[in-house]
Ligand binder design. Structure first.
Ligand code: SF4
Length: 423
């Protein structure tokens, strides 16, 4: 039988990218053939973090079906789990609860053995978590999912309903997987998940996993995806004495105001935000600190916003990722009185301006410093402390060199390689 050709369209976060890598590997292993054009099967691995994210997938599914009515359009991922009814026109809806069965379901469909169009069950009953992914052909860095799901239920977030309760891969599995990645030439592994601060393996927590990776693997660069302020423990900061831990913190803070944080049902307050940033600056100096903040959360007063900006101006960080609040149906916050769109837009602009100024200052301070930088297959180099650097000389992809930063323009650095020098 001629192998069925397929193409995966990935929406959303690094966790979805990881999941798409697993789907790709499983389909290839079960006799399907990857295609980049005109495939028989289109798989949309969707995101539902905002209403817009779901609608983007709805539009693509409709477009693909119009373009080739004989192709099979399959929707999976978070929108398939929480916005199932939004996809009346697609052939198969396979929610996250059934994602691991995707290849079987497609084969049954072609064998005429499949009656149901929608395959979905209670995501909170999902216990398993599949390992083995993380390497994407053409990518330099490996994004390795260590954990999935979330138990926090922040009032603005739909993710727990899309991905279920928090569950983690074992340290043993992850050490083995990292060693496989290292032996295939990977130099940097980014540990990702929905809420990596929730990582647990028996008595072990995130710090124990990282200690095992540092002692039992030869990976050169370890980077973490987002952390919450209360997850920046003393033990974690101690691990950064090892130069293999990349001095880059992606902080998921969302706000700096205690009443707003409580309305979001975040597990920390303004003092804990401040404390975590000051400890990072003191104990892991020269770190790149990126922070997720929501602009215009329902009920955030002018005064709270003003105080928040003032507090941010006082604190040590490098760049803000600003998310204008968008109401996500199915969340508690969507039922609260919403701020005017113009107010949300204005607050997002103010935060983005603040971030641009801070990034420019931080980038200027990098001139003259030495950086260990990894040449990315997509071009450019990435330093351990998360600066994008252009090198005056060509550097072979996946090679790590020492660069002296010679100039900065619009937050981007330029440097010249100093071979043999270690930072
Ligand atoms: S911690 Fe909150 S924002 Fe993050 S995934 Fe969990 S519920 Fe969503």
């Amino acid at each position: 039988m001629t192998p069925l050709s397929f193409q995966i369209h990935t929406f959303g976060c690094k966790v979805n990218t990881y999941d798409s890598g697993l789907i790709q590997a499983r389909l290839n292993d079960t006799g399907f053939m990857s295609a980049t054009a005109e495939p028989q099967v289109h798989i949309l691995n969707t995101c539902a973090v905002t209403r817009t994210a779901t609608l983007d997938a709805v539009k693509m599914a409709r477009r693909l079906k119009i373009k080739n009515p004989f192709s099979l359009v399959v929707v999976t991922g978070c929108a398939a789990q929480v916005d199932t009814e939004e996809f009346p026109g697609v052939d198969l809806v396979v929610a996250n609860s059934h994602k691991a069965e995707l290849s079987n379901l497609i084969r049954q469909y072609y064998n005429g053995k499949l009656r149901e169009r929608i395959h979905k069950s209670n995501i909170f009953r999902k216990e398993d978590l599949e390992g083995g992914g993380g390497y994407e052909p053409g990518h330099t860095r490996a994004f390795l999912k260590i954990q999935d799901g979330c138990d926090s239920f922040c009032t603005f977030c739909v993710i727990p309903f899309a991905r279920g309760k928090s569950r983690s891969l074992t340290r043993q599995d992850l050490v083995r997987r990292v060693n496989e990645l290292v032996s295939s030439g990977v130099k940097e592994v980014v540990f990702t998940g929905v809420h990596i601060g929730d990582y647990v393996d028996g008595e072990g927590r995130l710090e124990d996993l990282l200690s095992a990776i540092l002692s039992d693997t030869a990976v050169q660069r370890i980077r973490l995806s987002s952390l919450e302020p209360i997850e920046v423990s003393e033990r974690l900061l101690q691990l950064y004495l090892d130069p293999r831990m990349c001095r880059h913190f992606h902080m998921s803070i969302q706000s700096t105001e205690t009443r707003v944080l409580h309305a979001m049902k975040r597990q920390y307050d303004a003092a804990e935000v401040e404390n975590s940033l000051l400890r990072i600056a003191a104990q892991v100096p020269e770190s790149f600190v990126g922070m997720d903040v929501i602009a215009g959360f329902p009920g955030e007063s002018d005064e709270e916003f003003r105080q928040g900006v003032e507090r941010l101006e006082q604190l040590p960080w490098t760049r803000l990722h600003v998310f204008p609040y968008s109401s996500r149906p199915g969340t508690y916050a969507a039922r609260l009185p919403q701020l005017e769109p113009s107010v949300i837009k204005r607050r997002a602009e103010i935060l983005r301006d603040l971030s641009a100024r801070r990034l420019e200052q931080s980038a200027a301070a990098q001139v003259g410093t030495l950086k260990r930088a990894l040449a990315l297959r997509g071009g450019g180099l990435l330093s351990r402390d998360y600066w994008s650097i252009e090198s005056a000389e060509p550097v072979a992809p996946n090679e790590e060199v020492t660069l002296k930063v010679t100039s900065m323009h619009a937050g981007r650095l330029r440097g010249e390689a100093i071979y043999g020098a270690a930072t």
